[in-house]
Design a protein around this ligand. Structure first.
Ligand SMILES: [Zn+2]
Length: 457
């Protein structure tokens, strides 16, 4: 490794190492093989998302990709899938040790090998598959499904998240664990059905507070799924190189490190995030945002920031429902629902002072710095963003997500015995939420699309 690479990794990988990764494992090559029969849009979405996540932590990647025309909306535009995959990984990591080939020859001997499609060698470590909203990783090639392509986007995105998780765990010495997951049903393994929804996400006018890793993942998936309505993204923060270890929309250049050197100007996270779907960026802190006092009332507010007491301020907006997603230092991606009176609020659920209070001893990578609650890995953030994207597709029809008692779902990406855990958090005298009468007045003055979800309206 040369000095440029050493300096780049020292700056970029602090959070990854805090999460417990070790540099030797990160240097193990990962080979991604896309079969000549994996030409569908879902296959391309899976391939691009997978290498996007891999390049944020792993340091050696080998790609075997046919030169099909690009049909997915890649992070970096290119004429073919192969070009888009190479442009994506090198923009994320300019010092990546990247090798490519047209056919499955010359794969590095100690590589972890991952296949997409069926026309592939039989002894790869694992293969991606999807059917409807269900994504999977398996130890044999998964046949592609023949129904409408858009039906399978959620499953393909899910498979990419599982594959990036498994690659990281395999690099750290864990055995491959075949897994099935449906982020819409919030089911796994034998219970995972093929329920799916197609885009675009159409939930009205949306305010997204925070443009960090979960927010970027949400927008990354919305870019593929499709989205309509006015979306505003507010965040005052600038990109830093160590954010690129988990922010799916962020390149090294965005963080002010073009060509792996710290000579550029970092860009605002709000702008980087909004660009993914053509949303409106607002590079301000939420609490000092000029639009806050006299701006429009939003149909949906997504609280995806945790600094500056943002959760308590958003809880006091009187929204009929708040949905958000988070990661923890405990290998989880989590989905949260907050309906006033029925549920607790985001500030009560995740107090600002809370850091990692429940370290788990069974993973290969354990967080060693509880003082850094934002340590995360790309597939955790990507999965949290996908859970949130799925929830926005889900609420467009009558759904358990709104009518059920459960309001908190944890997905354990250690991929142990049981993947999902759900919980019910009741409102125990929350001091943040508006009283029913105040919410009724707000709703009467500016009725929002989801007002009927509020039990007081
Ligand atoms: Zn509260």
């Amino acid at each position: 490794m040369n000095d440029t690479a050493r300096r780049f990794y020292a700056e970029r990988d602090a959070r990854t190492l805090q999460y417990g990764a070790n540099a030797t494992a990160l240097a193990r090559p990962i080979a991604v093989l896309v079969a000549t029969d994996a030409t569908s849009r879902p296959a391309q979405v899976a391939a691009l998302a997978l290498v996007n996540m891999l390049a944020r932590v792993h340091r050696r990647i080998h790609l075997v990709v046919p030169t099909d025309d690009l049909r997915a909306r890649a992070l970096v535009d290119a004429p073919t899938l192969a070009d888009a995959m190479v442009a994506t990984v090198t923009s994320i990591n300019p010092v990546l040790a990247l090798t490519t080939a047209r056919t499955p020859t010359s794969i590095p001997a100690d590589a972890i090998t991952i296949g997409i499609g069926t026309e592939l060698p039989q002894q790869l470590d694992f293969y991606l598959g999807w059917h409807g909203g269900r994504g999977e990783i398996a130890t044999a090639p998964c046949p592609a499904s023949s129904t409408t392509e858009e039906e399978h986007l959620l499953g393909a995105a899910t498979a990419a998240c599982l594959a990036a998780t498994m690659a990281f765990r395999a690099a750290h010495g864990n055995a491959v664990r075949p897994t099935r997951l449906n982020p819409l049903e919030r089911t796994a393994d034998a219970d995972a059905g093929t329920t799916s929804r197609t885009g675009p996400v159409d939930v009205g006018n949306v305010l997204v507070v925070g443009a960090g890793a979960v927010s970027q993942a949400l927008f990354y998936w919305l870019r593929e799924i499709g989205v309509v309505g006015q979306w505003d993204v507010v965040d005052g923060d600038l990109a830093e190189l160590h954010n690129t270890n988990r922010c799916l929309g962020m390149t090294a250049d965005d963080a002010g490190w073009p060509n792996a050197l710290p000579h550029g100007e970092p860009r605002h996270k709000a702008i980087i995030t909004a660009e993914l779907t053509g949303a409106q960026p607002h590079p301000h802190w939420y609490d000092t945002w000029p639009n806050l006092a006299d701006g429009p009332r939003y149909d949906i507010v997504l609280p995806l920031a945790n600094e500056r007491d943002v959760r308590a301020q958003i809880a006091a907006l009187g929204q009929p429902v708040l949905l958000h997603a988070s990661t923890s230092s405990n290998w989880t991606a989590e989905l949260h629902r907050h309906i006033p009176d029925r549920d607790d609020c985001p500030a009560c659920r995740i107090p600002t002072a809370q850091t990692s209070s429940f370290l788990c001893g069974t993973g290969p990578a354990n967080p060693t710095n509880p003082g850094s609650p934002d340590a995360a890995l790309p597939f955790l953030s990507a999965t949290a963003g996908l859970l949130l994207a799925a929830s926005l597709l889900e609420i467009q029809k009558e759904s358990q997500l709104i009518t059920g008692r459960q309001n908190h779902w944890r997905l354990h990406l250690e991929l142990g015995h049981r993947l999902w855990q759900s919980a019910i958090h009741l409102n125990n005298g929350c001091p943040h939420a508006l009283p029913p009468a105040a919410r009724q007045i707000l709703h009467a003055s500016a009725p929002g699309r989801w007002g009927s979800i509020d039990p007081a309206v």
